[in-house]
Design a binder for this molecule. Structure first.
Ligand code: TPP
Ligand code: MG
Length: 542
């Protein structure tokens, strides 16, 4: 057996069924021989985004894997790996390295060395027979602890080296850890003495699949729930205790409830300070449950810290509350307060959400999209820029992981790969990405991948012929040089790549167009709807 065959056999044993990739690498061909379907993208970044979504939507139970060649392959993959790193998403990255003789010679790009800052671990195979050990280490990094990209580089001239019968490989088990019971008791003490506690739930709820426990805990004590953007859909947003998700924009009650809280209970979140999260107020006491001790006291000082898996931690907190014979809360008054705050906020936005303007209001497109797909099982994601800021406050995510929220770093063009990876992980769901005309400029050619590989996603393009996000940032460059006046006919572009596509300009056509496009996805054809919109800059935020 050679190195490539040994790696393919290990991937198979680890349950890998898809290999997102861009040629060339010998592992692509060997993996195909053992029944791992290669999905060749049009550029490396999208393949990584698809692998990323595949891991996310399976809570890491299936691992997204991406393979590419040395030089341009690894160099062009940077953004996709960096995005997964920033969002703590477990995935396996398999660059083919330069031949051993040249790996350390400039200007050759050495991924195992140079990608250390954007990976959880990065190793190059140095001795061919070590393939079993290096893969075991890699899968342990992927399955255990906080996620992140794990990189194994194999020099191009090592794939075909014969290693005889390799050491036997056993798939790596996931091991969980729970917080110290004393910390759990302290957290429960603080929660039970709180006047206005608020839960702040992050994507740890998704990765630990703690949706049921979170709901039970919030209901038992009648505590309002805010989620982070990556945590969006961890708690049903149509639940009376849901306040909504916080990002760069948010439903106004999110800020109100956080500001009025005396105790904030961070569950499966990092409390990372970023433009893409609602700032955590300094006054309230903070309870912080996180999987990674490196996140404790990082940006926010915790009054009570807990380190461990969110599901195990919530189960322990529930048990501690029950042990104290606390009677279930009557949260009618809290629910009314949330509903009133929400109604006031929504009333302010109704003119934009129901606007009849032409060009269209992007808010109207989002509002009508939500109505048009209300009976579908949906997974939706946003891109960077105003499409994110317009979508995330108003989209009511009811089921766990029906929204893929993201973004400590925010790669334009990320959303298409996310929708495609989600569709492969959940083929029965309608998978939608909402993006702008700058975003499609980055990864739009991968619509062809959706058509060729039969991944019928629905792509919602908000074409405002420019960068609304940049109007305030580079006003002189825009006024004097039309610097951000980008253009294109993305309907014709998508049609030429094999998609069903329509350009929509009239408000009354939004819902019928969405229904036609959804029907196409059900027939196995990916669809793009190009909505011609205004350069809307108003945002739901303080
Ligand atoms: C790769 C990358 N480069 C730069 C940015 C910064 N950026 C964020 S949004 C944006 C413009 C977005 O334009 P568009 O997608 O058309 O959405 P709009 O703001 O017009 O609604 C830019 C340049 C980014 N997020 N990603
Ligand atoms: Mg735009």
């Amino acid at each position: 057996m050679n190195v490539a065959q040994a790696m393919a056999a290990i991937l198979k044993q680890e349950g890998i069924d898809l290999l997102f990739c861009y040629p060339t690498s010998q592992i692509i061909d060997e993996a195909a021989l053992v029944g791992i379907r290669p999905i060749v993208v049009r550029q490396e970044r999208t393949g990584l985004h698809m692998a990323d979504a595949y891991s996310r939507l399976t809570s890491g139970q299936k691992v997204g894997v991406f393979a590419m060649q040395h030089g341009p392959g690894t160099e062009n993959a940077y953004g996709g790996i960096a995005q997964a790193y920033a969002d703590s998403v477990p995935l396996l990255v398999l660059p083919q390295g330069y031949p051993q003789r040249l790996a350390g010679v400039k200007p050759n790009y050495n991924a195992a060395v140079s990608m250390r800052d954007i990976t959880k671990s990065a190793e190059a195979l140095g001795i061919p027979t070590e393939i079993t050990n290096i893969m075991r280490r890699a899968f342990s990094q992927i399955r255990n602890g906080r996620g992140g990209p794990v990189l194994v580089e194999v020099p191009a001239d090592m794939w075909s080296v014969e290693i005889g019968t390799p050491e036997e490989y056993t798939p790596v088990q996931k091991n969980l850890y729970a917080p110290n019971p004393e910390d759990v008791a302290k957290a429960v003490d603080l929660i039970l003495s709180a006047r206005a506690p608020v839960i702040h739930a992050g994507q740890g709820i998704h990765f630990s699949q703690a949706w049921g426990e979170l709901k039970e805990f919030a209901e038992l004590l009648g505590i309002p729930v805010v989620t982070t953007l990556p945590g969006k859909s961890a708690f049903p947003e149509d639940h009376p205790l849901s306040v909504g998700s916080g990002g760069l924009t948010y439903p106004m009650p999110v800020k109100q409830f956080l500001d009025e809280a005396d105790v904030i209970i961070g569950l499966g979140c990092s409390f990372t300070e970023t433009l893409f999260a609602v700032p955590v107020p300094r006054k309230p006491k903070i309870i912080h449950l996180t999987l990674d001790p490196a996140h404790l006291h990082k940006d926010v000082k915790a009054d009570v810290g807990m380190v461990g898996d969110a599901r195990l931690a919530l189960a322990a907190m529930l048990e501690e509350v029950r042990r104290r014979a606390v009677k279930p809360a009557d949260y009618a008054a809290t629910a009314r307060k949330i509903a009133d705050a929400r109604d006031t906020w929504l009333a302010e936005w109704m003119p934009k959400l129901t606007s009849n303007s032409e060009p269209l209001s992007p808010y109207r497109v989002i509002w009508d999209l939500q109505k048009a797909v209300k009976d579908e099982q949906t997974i939706i994601t946003n891109d960077a820029g105003r499409p994110r800021d317009q979508l995330t406050p108003f989209w009511v995510a009811k089921e766990p992981q029906s929204f893929v929220g993201w973004g400590k770093t925010t790669q334009l063009g990320y959303s298409l790969g996310i929708a495609m990876g989600a569709k492969l992980a959940c083929p029965d769901k309608l998978c939608i990405n909402v993006w702008g005309d700058a975003a499609i400029g980055f990864t739009g050619t991968d619509l062809e991948t959706a058509a060729r590989a039969k991944i019928p996603v629905l792509s919602i393009l908000l074409n405002n012929k420019g960068m609304a996000t940049e109007l305030k940032n580079i006003p002189n460059a825009i006024r004097l040089y039309s610097a951000a006046d980008i253009s294109g006919n993305y309907t014709e572009f998508a049609q030429s790549l094999g998609l069903y596509a329509e350009r929509v300009t009239a408000p009354e056509d939004i819902i019928p167009a969405v229904k036609r496009a959804v029907q196409k996805t059900k027939e196995g054809i990916p669809a793009l709807l190009e909505f011609m919109t205004t350069q809307e800059t108003s945002m739901s935020k303080a």
